[in-house]
Design a protein around this ligand. Structure first.
Ligand SMILES: [Zn+2]
Ligand SMILES: [Zn+2]
Length: 266
C-alpha cells in the first residue's frame, strides 16, 4: 500500500486551508493560505470554501423522500425481526434439547451444586437422583423428522437460500433504467440488453438493466415501445406509473415470459 500522503495544493504546500468547488474547474482543488502561491492564481475568481466547511458539507447524508425513508425503515424492521426470530428459535431448540437430556429439576440441582450455592435446599435424595440420571444410559429417541444429512442438504438451503432470495427479490438498488415525463421512443431502449462485441468472447449481452421505470411518460408509439420492452429478456421488472396507457396497449407486456414484476399506477 502507498504510504500516507496528506492533501496538498498546486504549489505543493501541505498547509491546506481551503478548496475550490468551482463548476468546471479542472485544477487540483486544494488551496493553502500563502498569497503568492500558484494555487491562488489558478483558482482566482473561482468559488472556494474553507476546508472545514467542505468537510461539514460532505458529512451529511443526502435527504431521502418519505416513500424511500419508509421503505428503508420497513425493510430494516423486517430484517431485525428476522434476526430476533432466528435467535429465539435457536434458544428454544437449545432448551428443548437440553431438557430432554436432563430433566429441569435435576439440572437445577446440578447447577446449584456447581455454583456451591449454600442457599439451595440440597438433600441426599436429590443428589442420588441427579447421579442416577446422569450415569444411567438411556436409549434416546432421535428428536428430528430429518436425518442430520437432510438437515444440511435439504433444510439448510431451503431456509437460508430461500430466505435470501425472497428478500433480495424485493430489492431494486441496481439495474434500474428510469425515464420521467418524457416522450418515449423505441430508440430510448437501444442500449438496454444490447449486444456488445468483446474480443475473444464473441458476442455478449449487456444484462445490467433489470428494471425499467417509466413515470409520467407519453409516447407517439406506445405499441412500438412496449414491443421493444417485451423483447428485452434481461428486464425482469417493469413499472409504469402515470403513463395513461390502456389495458389493450399493455398486451405485449403480458406475454413477456421473463417478466416477474409488473407494476401499473394510474
Ligand atoms: Zn498553495
Ligand atoms: Zn478552481
Amino acid at each position: 500500500m502507498d504510504p500516507y500522503q496528506p492533501l496538498y495544493c498546486l504549489g505543493l504546500s501541505t498547509n491546506v486551508v481551503g478548496a475550490c468547488i468551482h463548476d468546471g474547474c479542472q485544477h487540483s482543488p486544494f488551496m493553502c493560505a500563502q498569497e503568492d502561491c500558484t494555487c491562488q492564481n489558478a483558482h482566482r475568481g473561482h468559488t472556494t470554501t474553507m476546508l472545514r466547511g467542505l468537510f461539514e458539507r460532505c458529512n451529511r447524508t443526502p435527504e431521502l423522500d418519505e416513500a424511500n425513508r419508509r421503505g428503508f425503515k420497513a425493510m430494516e424492521q423486517m430484517l431485525n425481526q428476522l434476526v430476533e426470530t432466528a435467535v429465539a428459535l435457536r434458544n428454544e431448540h437449545t432448551r428443548l434439547a437440553t431438557d430432554r437430556v436432563l430433566a429441569a429439576r435435576h439440572r437445577e440441582t446440578r447447577d446449584k451444586l456447581i455454583e456451591r450455592d449454600g442457599n439451595h435446599r440440597f438433600t441426599g435424595d436429590k443428589l442420588h437422583q441427579l447421579l442416577r440420571e446422569l450415569e444411567q444410559p438411556r436409549p434416546a429417541q432421535y428428536p428430528y423428522w430429518l436425518s442430520h444429512e437432510a438437515i444440511f442438504e435439504r433444510l439448510t438451503p431451503q431456509v437460508l437460500h430461500g430466505l435470501q432470495e425472497l428478500v433480495r427479490d424485493t430489492w431494486r438498488f441496481e439495474g434500474v433504467f428510469r425515464l420521467d415525463g418524457k416522450n418515449v421512443k423505441v430508440e430510448d431502449f437501444k442500449h438496454v440488453g444490447a449486444e456488445r462485441k468483446l474480443e475473444g468472447y464473441g458476442t455478449v449481452y449487456d444484462w445490467s438493466v433489470r428494471t425499467v421505470v417509466l413515470n409520467g411518460c407519453t409516447s407517439d408509439d406506445w405499441p412500438g415501445v412496449l414491443k421493444r420492452l417485451a423483447e428485452l429478456s434481461c428486464v425482469t421488472g417493469v413499472q409504469l406509473s402515470d403513463c395513461k396507457l390502456g389495458e389493450k396497449d399493455l398486451e405485449p407486456l403480458f406475454k413477456m415470459e421473463h417478466l416477474e414484476k409488473l407494476s401499473l399506477g394510474n
